[in-house]
Ligand binder design. Structure first.
Ligand SMILES: *Cc1c(COP(=O)(O)O)cnc(C)c1O
Length: 467
């Protein structure tokens, strides 16, 4: 499979190069040149890891063979805390919860990142390269990236978080990882400061080249590809391959729901995709009006969806306009300069045939957590609650096919919000029960580029001497 850019101005790449590159040099995102077709009948009997390997196989060939993918996926999902990896739990008639929070950091990002870290290592080992992953986090992504890259031979990882501004569980999930290739930096500043520093390091060409900087952000194609697997898994588990299925997905960046859309492009019988947003409702407003318009970001109970730009939407736009890179370029240029763009009536009609969207403010989110606990005894984290509310709306005007709400985080990760809504404190799984007793490792630095670059260079030099 070759990979092409949504903006049409970059050379087509093989799988390994597309994965290492992340963003295309023309500013676009990579997509497969064609959509492979799933053979659902052969997937029914596979366990989760083997099903993921089978979904990834056509995307990775001929660069990575099937046996290597099976080994990578088996290892990636070994550390998950549930034998089904992605269990489906019935919530009420016609409505299921797809629990994607049994990974090492208790959020769905583990599904893709556990595979991505191993893919990086495999590809780099073959070429003898080493890379330095640098990222900023407001909480969830940092710990998932660290867990994915820890102990990988060819990778050093530095994660910047705003000092004192992430929850204690989130901080400890990052700083208690004892692996020598993991480096945490608490920045005396905000999340925006952290992001600006990371951006500045990537823009410092000399620094970037000297240390082979790379990123694992959500625009990486391999992350989307690995996420397609759980939509396939849920569909075959429900025996819905013939009749169709609806997925409700809490999303901010459009990454998770685009993976569901991609499953549809590969042959999953998806009737409808329902997007759940919080007060940061740029996507909900788009699906109501056809206009994508950024605003300011408000902090909410579901912080992993507090964004104002849904970067993965560009992939859907490319498909909506029948893979016309010129149309995408025009809209993205308008978005960058004016902060908004819109799609014409005919294309908007097509969007609405596939997608519906619902946004919940914090009060409605809390109410949903409380009500679902009352009705079914299930504790939902705020992100998952938004997904369930979106799924319930789909059930209400649905056509009787199964509706699956995607649960993206474990309730114990957002214990305070869950306790406020239900009076119950969700417990951390046993494998994380000693999180508060583990030793932390973290540097503290001012929000100054020179200081951060100096620290990273010195740390890498020390690691090189040790290796
Ligand atoms: C990252 C995240 C999301 C949003 O994912 P998208 O990539 O924006 O679709 C939702 N819930 C949780 C718990 C997350 O960590």
């Amino acid at each position: 499979m070759r990979y092409i850019s949504t903006r049409g101005g970059a050379q087509a790449l093989a799988f390994d190069d597309a994965v290492l590159a992340g963003l295309a040099p023309d500013g676009g995102l990579y997509l497969p040149a064609t959509w492979p077709v799933l053979d659902l009948a052969t997937l029914t009997s596979l366990d989760y890891a083997h099903l993921t390997a089978a979904v990834l196989a056509p995307f990775a060939q001929p660069v990575i063979d099937a046996a290597t993918l099976e080994a990578i996926c088996t290892d990636a999902y070994r550390g998950f805390g549930h034998p089904d990896i992605a269990p489906l739990r019935p919530l009420k008639p016609g409505l299921w919860l797809l629990e994607l929070f049994h990974g090492p950091t208790l959020a769905f990002k583990d599904f893709a990142l556990q595979v991505l870290g191993r893919l990086f290592d495999h590809v780099l080992a073959r070429s003898g390269q080493r890379i330095t992953i640098i990222g900023a986090t407001s909480g969830d992504t940092g710990s998932a990236a660290i867990e994915a890259c820890r102990d990988r031979d060819a990778i050093e990882i530095f994660i910047l978080h705003p000092k004192g501004r992430v929850s204690e569980v989130q901080r400890r999930q990052m700083t208690t990882v004892a692996s020598a290739n993991v480096h945490n930096i608490a920045i005396e500043g905000t999340f925006d400061d952290c992001q600006a520093l990371v951006k500045a390091m990537f823009n410092d060409q000399a620094f970037r080249d000297r240390h082979a900087l790379s990123a694992v952000n959500s625009i990486n194609w391999a992350r989307i590809a690995a996420q397609i697997a759980y939509y396939v898994w849920a569909t075959v588990r429900l025996g819905a391959a013939a009749d169709g299925v609806v997925f409700a997905v809490p999303t901010g960046n459009f990454g998770n729901v685009f993976a569901a859309w991609a499953g549809g492009a590969m042959g999953l019988p998806i009737r409808r995709l329902v997007i759940g947003s919080n007060r940061n409702d740029i996507l909900t407003r788009f699906f109501a009006t056809g206009e994508m318009k950024t605003g300011s970001v408000f902090p909410t109970l579901s912080p992993s969806m507090d964004i104002q730009v849904s970067s993965n939407f560009e992939r859907y736009l490319f498909e909506l306009y029948d893979r016309d890179p010129q149309a995408v370029r025009a809209m993205m240029t308008e978005f960058a300069t004016a902060g908004c763009f819109h799609v014409d009536a005919a294309h908007f009609e097509r969007c609405r045939q596939t997608f519906a969207a619902l946004s919940l403010d914090d009060a409605a989110t809390t109410e949903t957590i409380a009500r679902v606990y009352r009705e079914s005894g299930v504790l939902l984290d705020p992100h998952s609650a938004i997904g369930v509310a979106a799924a319930e709306a789909a059930c209400a005007d649905g056509d009787g096919v199964p509706v699956v709400a995607v649960a993206t985080a474990h309730p114990a990760k957002f214990a305070e919000a869950v306790r406020t809504a239900t009076g119950v404190t969700p417990e951390l799984p046993a494998r994380l029960a000693d999180l508060f007793a583990r030793e932390e490792r973290c540097a503290t630095l001012p929000a100054e580029l020179a200081a951060v670059e100096r620290h990273i260079a010195a740390t890498l030099a020390g690691r090189g001497a040790a290796a």
